[in-house]
Structures are given as structure tokens and as C-alpha cells.
Design a protein around this ligand. Structure first.
Ligand code: 5RP
Length: 290
């Protein structure tokens, strides 16, 4: 306990040095409150401004897909290499050790699976449980242009509303329905709708034509999903082009955990995202580590 007597006299007031206001550089985030910025700076490395999120939430719609049959065996060894973990609360509570202290992007919407009709979702995790789990970000699917557009945008707005109340950012995840084309026009519209409704981060797909227009017109950071497994060099190439065209990171699953060597792959992806390694250099690194 501080003593009331015998203390040194205060004298270091730095009269010649005005107090500096810091700018929080993450895209669109400078006016957020402190807690929101603190959480975002756990997701996006403050040095590079980028993130490599490891997505392994696929089971909530796909069940035990390849590479996720035993998350304790395949994913836990990757955790230390990821900047942020994207998963469901079921896997978080049962399999992810609480000792890693990695930021969590918690899957908070749930509904139909690949057995029926995708995208008919509700808010599956309420804010109290997200806080109890120490979630850093809440992830919600928005099916823009699909049959469940209105219901999923409502879910997203509800999660954003409660997240804002407690300083927890929301990741709007754009879902692409069967009949929608993954082109810049669609992806740009879907990403912008998420941001306009207040999502602090948007997860979407890379597209070969016009992706720089998608990122330019989205006022918050975009992270790309990896999608179906590609040859490793192609996946590194996609990550490189996405970052080069304005993405702030990847939220990648199958292209990491289904790679021949997942640890080598996540390290190679990190070198592209954080260190601007070229795809060829990153692929060399992958092969050297393998
Ligand atoms: C599932 C998701 C996944 O997190 C997302 O698709 C990322 O994984 P992948 O890189 O395997 O596509 O949002 O709904």
C-alpha cells in the first residue's frame, strides 16, 4: 500500500513536450473506442498491420471434414503459429487449450448444414457467452443476394449492436450462394454491405479481376478466405495477390490444414502476409521447411 508520508516530490512534468495523441492506423478504426482498438490490435499485428487467421470452424456446417477429424491432433500444433483463431464455441471449449492466449474470432451464427440448404442462420452465440469465452471478435455469416439475405443481415446487425456495446468487433463473413458469381461486382457489394452495417472487419473471397476495387470501396479491413484446397504455390499466389491489392490478411483454413505440411504452409503464408515474400520465395520456404 502506498505510504502517505516520505514520498519523493513529483518533478518530471516534461513541460517542453506536449502530450502526443496516437493515431490507430488500422483502416477505418481510428474513431473506435479503446477496447475495440485493443481487440483489433490483437488480431492485426500492429507492426505489419496484417493478420493470418487460422479458420477451423468448418465443422459447424460440414461436420468432420478432411483435416478436422481430430482437431486436437491436426490443429492444436498449428495454434502457436496463427495470429488469430477462428472457431466455434464447441471446439474452443472442448479442444483449444486456454493457455495459448491467442485472439479468438468466435463463430456466432449457426443454422443449416450442407445436408439441407445452406445459409438459413440465426444468432447462435449470445454476447454473454462470447464475453465468457473472452472472444476477441464475433464472426457472423451474411448471405447477401441469397434467399436468406434479410435474416442473415438482421443477424449481423444484432451481433454488431451487442458487440459495439461491449467493445467487441464483428467479422462479417460474406457467403456465396450457389447461384451467385464470385466477381468483383458481387464481392464488392457484399463486402460494402457488411461494412455499411457496421462490421469492423469483412471476410470475403479473392477474385482475379478487380479485387483492388473491392478493397478500395470497403472502408474496413478485408481478410480473404482460402476456399477449397489448391496446390500450395497457387494458394500462396492467391494470398500474395490479395495482399498486394489491398487485403489486410487471410482467414485461411483448408489451404493450411489440408496442405502436405500444415506447419510449413502457415509459416509460408505468414511470410507472404507479414513480410511481403513473393509466392516463389514463400514456396521455396515451404519446401525447405517440409
Ligand atoms: C466456414 C468459414 C470458413 O472459416 C472459411 O470458409 C475459411 O476457410 P477456408 O479457407 O477453408 O475457405 O467461414 O463457413
Amino acid at each position: 500500500m502506498a505510504d502517505a508520508t516520505g514520498n519523493q516530490e513529483a518533478k518530471d512534468y516534461g513541460f517542453d513536450t506536449p502530450q502526443k495523441n496516437t493515431v490507430y492506423e488500422l483502416k477505418g478504426a481510428n474513431h473506435y473506442d479503446w477496447g475495440m482498438k485493443d481487440r483489433l490490435s490483437r488480431v492485426f499485428d500492429p507492426k505489419s498491420g496484417k493478420t493470418v487467421m487460422l479458420a477451423f470452424d468448418h465443422g459447424y456446417i460440414m461436420g468432420p471434414t478432411s483435416g478436422l477429424e481430430r482437431i486436437d491432433l491436426t490443429i492444436v500444433p498449428l495454434l502457436e503459429h496463427a495470429d488469430c483463431l477462428m472457431c466455434t464455441r464447441g471446439i474452443l471449449r472442448t479442444v483449444v487449450p486456454p493457455t495459448y492466449n491467442k485472439p479468438i474470432s468466435l463463430r456466432c451464427s449457426a443454422g443449416t448444414t450442407i445436408l439441407t440448404e445452406l445459409n438459413d442462420e440465426c444468432v447462435g452465440v449470445e454476447i454473454e457467452d462470447a464475453i465468457r469465452l473472452n472472444a476477441t471478435m464475433m464472426a457472423v455469416m451474411a448471405s447477401i443476394g441469397g434467399k436468406y439475405e434479410a435474416v442473415t443481415v438482421r443477424n449481423m446487425c444484432k451481433i454488431i449492436e451487442t458487440g459495439n456495446r461491449y467493445g467487441i468487433p464483428t467479422l462479417g463473413v460474406t457467403a456465396v450462394g450457389k447461384d451467385l458469381v464470385r466477381d468483383a461486382r458481387y464481392i464488392g457489394l457484399a463486402s460494402r454491405v457488411c461494412a455499411e452495417n457496421g462490421a469492423q472487419v469483412v471476410k470475403t473471397y479473392y477474385c482475379e479481376e478487380g479485387f483492388e476495387k473491392v478493397t478500395a470501396a470497403c472502408p474496413v479491413p478485408i481478410v480473404i478466405a482460402g476456399g477449397k484446397k489448391l496446390p500450395e504455390l497457387d494458394a500462396l499466389n492467391m494470398a500474395y495477390k490479395a495482399i498486394d491489392q489491398g487485403a489486410m490478411g487471410v482467414d485461411m483454413g483448408r489451404n493450411i490444414f489440408q496442405a502436405d505440411d500444415p506447419i510449413a504452409m502457415i509459416k509460408a503464408v505468414k511470410s507472404v502476409v507479414h513480410d511481403n515474400a513473393t509466392p516463389d520465395d514463400a514456396f521455396q520456404m515451404y519446401n525447405d521447411l517440409k
